[in-house]
Structures are given as C-alpha cells and as structure tokens.
Design a binder for this molecule. Structure first.
Ligand code: ZN
Length: 317
C-alpha cells in the first residue's frame, strides 16, 4: 500500500544513521520512522485500511509473524529480528527506506490507525517516542498510587511525562537543570528536580516504583538505583554505548531491578495512539520544511529544540 502527505518527525536516530555513527550503512539511505499520512492506494489483499484513512508507521515495518513474540503482538521483540522501517534488510535483500519521502509502501499489519482528532502537524513523534514511553509505563503498571520518575526532558521525556500523568501516576522529572521546569509542570509533572544538585539524590532516596531513563549519554546508574523504592525498576530507554555499572548490593538489599525496553509492538502502538486521542496528548513540536532539515539536525544535536521537529511532507516534492 502507498500513503502520502502528512508529517514526518525527525529523531536523533535519523541523524546518527544518516551520519553512519551507529556503523556502516548502505547509501542512498532515506531515514524517518515516525510517519503520518493518508492511504493513497491499497493492494488487492488489503483488508485493514482504505484509501483516505489517516495512518501512521513507526520504527518497525515487518517481522516473521510466526514466533512466540510476534504471536503475542510484540513484533519489536521478534525472535528472528524485526524489520526496521529504514536501514533494515528486507526479505528480498533490499535496504528499507524511511519516511522522508512523498510516498512509502508498507505491509498493512504494520500500519497504525491515527485518530483524526490528533493534529497531523504534531502527532508523528508518537509513533516512536510515544510508544517508547507508553510501553514500559504499561508493562510496569504505572497508574494511580505509583510514583514514576522520568530522567531527561527531551523528545522522549516530555511525552513520557504527559502519558504517565494521564495514566494517573505521580510524576517526577529528573533533569540536569531546572531550565525546563515550567514546561514539565505544565505537561503534568508533580515535581521537578535538578540532578546537578547532589541534594536531589539524598532527598529522593528510596522513592520511586519506576524510573524511566530517556537519556542516552552516560549517567551514574548507581545514583538512580538508589532512588528506587523496594521492588522498584529502573528502565533504560536510551542507548548508552558504554557498559553500565552498579553496586549489586543496592539491588539485592531492596529487590530492585534494572531493565531495558525498546519501543513497542503494533497492538501497544495502536493502544497508545487511541489513549493519546482520548486524553488529548500530543508532543510539543516545531514544524519545518525539507529545506530546513540540515539546520534542524544541528539544533537537535545542540539540544536546541522544544521538543521535536516535524517535517511537512508536502515540502519533499
Ligand atoms: Zn517473529
């Protein structure tokens, strides 16, 4: 099927892939895995989507469909390896190409229904950032009575604050400084602390049921493990390149866990979109045209964006 026109968000992953930071890639490579548009054509066997439907595509656009994880709707954890929407190797050996384009062709099983109530100029980042936060919040049962902390107030973190708040959890932001405190509280955080202040780690020791780490840069994970309550879990969502190190006794003594989580399966992604529509949750975005992409990349790397860029796909012409 083919879809076209709408928004495509730009994420740090796009930049690192384009520049080969995560290993050699085969050029030409078109990135973009937060894609929103309308269905323009469907194949004869397509049953889930119709021409004109507002739809989206996220990080994965294929998987084996037969393994235990795929059968559970956890395609992202396909035991044979999922197919990335871009820079993946498709069954016929071709390299997949992403959403910085006028049209894209995707298997209907990996196409999400995007509720019409969600602004097309802002919704795209939910396809990766949104589900990357929604999925662990659901898995570790965030909700009324639970205390959740979000490390980092960037493209991922700010969406996590909104979703965790809508789920009914008590939400704390742990950011390096207080520079985005007003935003964080407006997005639904109950508390906001600067991690540059050592007093934060004393005051919050033993507090949280769940901590979501959205920061890929090196952190002292031991410091954050000590903020977990008994049975609490620290979930790593970014991708630090260096191994992490913690004091094992700080886990053992309080039955704490450290976990990782990727974005989310297709059913969870659809559930997240419907949840965001129900609670009027959208990422904070800045709409740009294709000609501004290079400048936008520099601004992302300089953390000079609140909080995600969306590229108007009409400008790819
Ligand atoms: Zn599979």
């Amino acid at each position: 099927m083919i879809e076209r026109s709408g928004g495509r968000a730009t994420a740090a992953a796009d930049i690192h892939t384009v520049r080969g930071d995560w290993g050699p890639i085969t050029y030409p490579q078109v990135v973009g895995h937060e894609i929103v548009g309308r269905v323009a054509q469907v194949g004869s066997a397509v049953t889930k989507h119709q021409v004109g439907d507002r739809v989206g595509v996220g990080c994965e656009s294929g998987s084996c469909g037969e393994c235990e994880q795929c059968k559970k709707g956890q395609e992202v954890y396909c035991l044979k390896g999922n197919l990335q929407t871009y820079n993946g190797v498709d069954a016929d050996g071709t390299i997949t190409q992403g959403g910085y384009s006028q049209t894209t062709v995707v298997n209907e099983d990996f196409v999400l229904k995007v509720p019409e109530s969600l602004d097309p100029a802002r919704v795209a980042p939910l396809l990766c950032a949104g589900v990357t936060l929604y999925s662990p919040l659901k898995h570790w049962k965030a909700g009324p009575g639970t205390k959740v902390a979000v490390i980092g107030m960037g493209g991922l973190g700010h969406v996590g604050v909104k979703i965790a708040h809508a789920m009914g959890a008590e939400v704390t932001v742990l950011s390096r400084t207080l520079s985005k405190q007003d935003d964080g509280l407006a997005f639904g955080a109950d508390r906001y602390y600067a991690t540059a202040d050592p007093a934060t780690f004393e005051k919050l020791a033993g507090t949280f049921d769940l901590i979501l780490n959205t920061v890929s840069a090196g952190l002292d994970h031991s410091q954050y493990v000590n903020l977990l309550a008994v049975d609490g879990t620290l979930v790593i969502l970014g991708a630090p390149t260096a191994p992490i190190s913690v004091d094992a006794m700080s886990l053992v003594a309080f039955r704490r866990s450290i976990a990782g989580s990727a974005n989310g399966g297709i059913p969870d992604t659809q559930e997240m979109l419907d949840f965001c529509a129900e609670h009027s949750i959208l990422p904070e975005t800045e709409l740009i045209s294709a000609s501004q992409i290079n400048d936008a990349y520099e601004r992302v790397l300089a953390s000079d964006v609140r909080y995600r860029f969306v590229i108007d796909a009409k400008t790819f012409a």
